[in-house]
Design a protein around this ligand. Structure first.
Ligand SMILES: Nc1nc2c(c(=O)[nH]1)N[C@H]1C(S)=C(S)[C@@H](COP(=O)(O)OP(=O)(O)OC[C@H]3O[C@@H](n4cnc5c(N)ncnc54)[C@H](O)[C@@H]3O)O[C@H]1N2
Ligand code: MOO
Length: 454
């Protein structure tokens, strides 16, 4: 789990603007200054986003967009390579499991009541059938070995004793001094019969599903292909390496988005920087064959914000044009073609994460035919200041059935989210300490095993 970034409000009077911004969520400061980026009604975007969608409506629109897109047909993938994919067909047992009666323990296969004469040659796992046992006979057997016909039970090594003539007895330590019929035998078909339904279509392939499929006889699995995503990172001010200098800053989204998109079910087919130039963006988008084009930056109305004009130029249909959510309100979703959508993420890094979870997650989830995560809510340990009519998404760490709002949650900051397990959905108006808030899990936290990163 993660650590809660230290509270940094002791010297509140000395805070500079960025620090104040970082602390807007700290309920212990009653007179927290509002930052221009997060203050209620910070309106520079509001006029243009008059038709901004409600946050949950935006998610529904993205989900519907994915559902209405014709899916590519299933692909057969080697079992061991199917991690994170969705089963396109139910997993049906191709064999009985176990497929023969097996010993559950190392010991002796015995027939009838003891004592038993012990056959010389033992039975190991992976070997073919042995001759039937006769009543009063026993044979050494290994866990998982096929039991000889007419075996009535398996006597575990630690429950048996050989006398000086080599005859096998139930050890005195055993309560009944006997073995019960069928003991420590796993009968054929105990787990499933050939043709039994094991898992439904739509199951996400986890390591355990891979194991079950292999045990049940599968070499390949029919899976829903991952939706392909191309990422175009806009911004002439971005550096790919080294330290920020002379107004240039490091590109945080280019390195972050591919693994995050994979975690959401996509196959990232390309990621590249595109200059702040309308023709360059137009060319990049029209050349993409991916089902999902993700752009970062250029969503607002600055002099080099080319996403809207480019979408107009290619005749794309805006499905969501701005969302009443902070951070990230200029995010957008457009349909370029029948089977191609564009998610426009704002350039501010946490605003981009907000767009990722608001629009890209439901779109990719439905395209990948993944099930929707179970909704859940947790009480917030601290109150969160709200926006009057926008939802806020706040990075939180999950601790002891509470969600702790993290600091450094300004739109340009990743410090809070990097320590977070989830984003809390804070309704317009804010939340009191102890109030329940819906949680959006980050794909690698809680239930999100490494499946996400395949
Ligand atoms: N007149 C308006 N100005 C702004 C509005 C608005 O509605 N009207 N919205 C503000 C909000 S809110 C956000 S968020 C940003 C969104 O801007 P864009 O999507 O157009 O993004 P840019 O202007 O290109 O960049 C914003 C900010 O983020 C930095 N950035 C961009 N890409 C990256 C990256 N890959 N890695 C790290 N940082 C990145 C960029 O340098 C800017 O500082 O607009 C507000 N303004
Ligand atoms: O400030 Mo903006 O809401 O998208 O990050």
């Amino acid at each position: 789990m993660n650590t809660h970034p230290g509270r940094a409000d002791e010297d509140a009077d000395d805070l500079d603007v960025e620090e104040a911004l970082a602390l807007v969520n700290d309920n212990r400061r009653t007179a927290t200054p509002q930052s221009p980026g997060t203050s209620p009604g910070a309106g520079h975007g509001d006029a243009r986003h008059r038709h901004a969608a409600d946050w949950s409506d935006a998610r529904t629109a993205a989900e519907l967009a994915g559902r209405r897109t014709a899916r590519r047909g299933p692909v057969q993938v080697p079992v061991a390579e199917a991690l994170g994919l969705t089963l396109a067909a139910p997993l049906t047992a191709l064999t009985d499991l176990p497929s023969f009666d097996t010993s559950a323990m190392d010991g002796w296969a015995v027939s009838g009541p003891g004592p038993w004469d012990v056959r010389e040659k033992g039975v190991l796992a992976g070997h073919t059938a042995h001759a039937p046992l006769t009543d009063g006979e026993a044979v050494r057997i290994a866990t998982g070995a096929r039991i000889p016909p007419d075996t009535t039970a398996v006597l575990r090594t630690e429950h048996g004793r050989l006398d000086d003539k080599g005859r096998l007895h139930v050890a005195a330590s055993q309560a009944q001094n006997t073995v019960s019929h069928g003991q420590d035998i796993r009968p054929r078909g105990q787990e499933c019969r050939d043709g039994d339904h094991l898992l439904p279509a739509g199951t996400v392939v986890t390591p355990a599903v891979i194991g079950l499929a292999a045990a049940a006889g599968y070499d390949t699995l029919a899976t829903v292909p991952r939706p392909r995503a191309d990422v175009f990172v806009l911004g002439d001010e971005l550096l790919s390496e080294g330290l920020p200098h002379e107004g240039l800053i490091r590109d945080a989204l280019g390195p972050m988005l591919p693994s995050w998109l994979r975690a959401l079910g996509a196959e990232v087919t390309g990621i590249r920087r595109v200059p702040d130039d309308e023709d360059a963006l137009h060319e990049a988008i029209t050349a993409s064959g991916a089902e999902v084009v993700v752009t970062t930056g250029g969503t607002a109305s600055g002099p080099v914000d080319h996403v809207h004009p480019t979408l107009r130029r290619i005749g794309a249909e805006l499905l969501v044009d701005g969302v009443r959510v902070r951070p990230g309100h200029p995010m957008l979703l457009a349909r370029i073609k029948e089977d191609q959508h564009l998610v426009g993420l704002p350039g501010n890094p946490l605003a981009a994460v907000s767009g990722l979870l608001t629009l890209a997650e439901p779109l990719l989830r439905t395209l990948a035919a993944r099930p929707a995560p179970e909704p859940y809510a947790l009480p917030l340990r601290d109150g969160v200041q709200g926006h009057p009519d926008h939802t806020r998404l706040i990075p939180v760490a999950l601790r002891d059935d509470h969600a702790m709002p993290l600091l450094y949650n300004g739109p340009a900051m990743l410090r809070g989210i990097a320590a977070a397990d989830a984003l809390a959905v804070v309704p317009p108006g804010g939340a009191r300490p102890g109030q329940e808030a819906a949680m959006l899990d980050l794909p690698w936290a809680a239930g999100g095993i490494g499946v996400c990163f395949t």
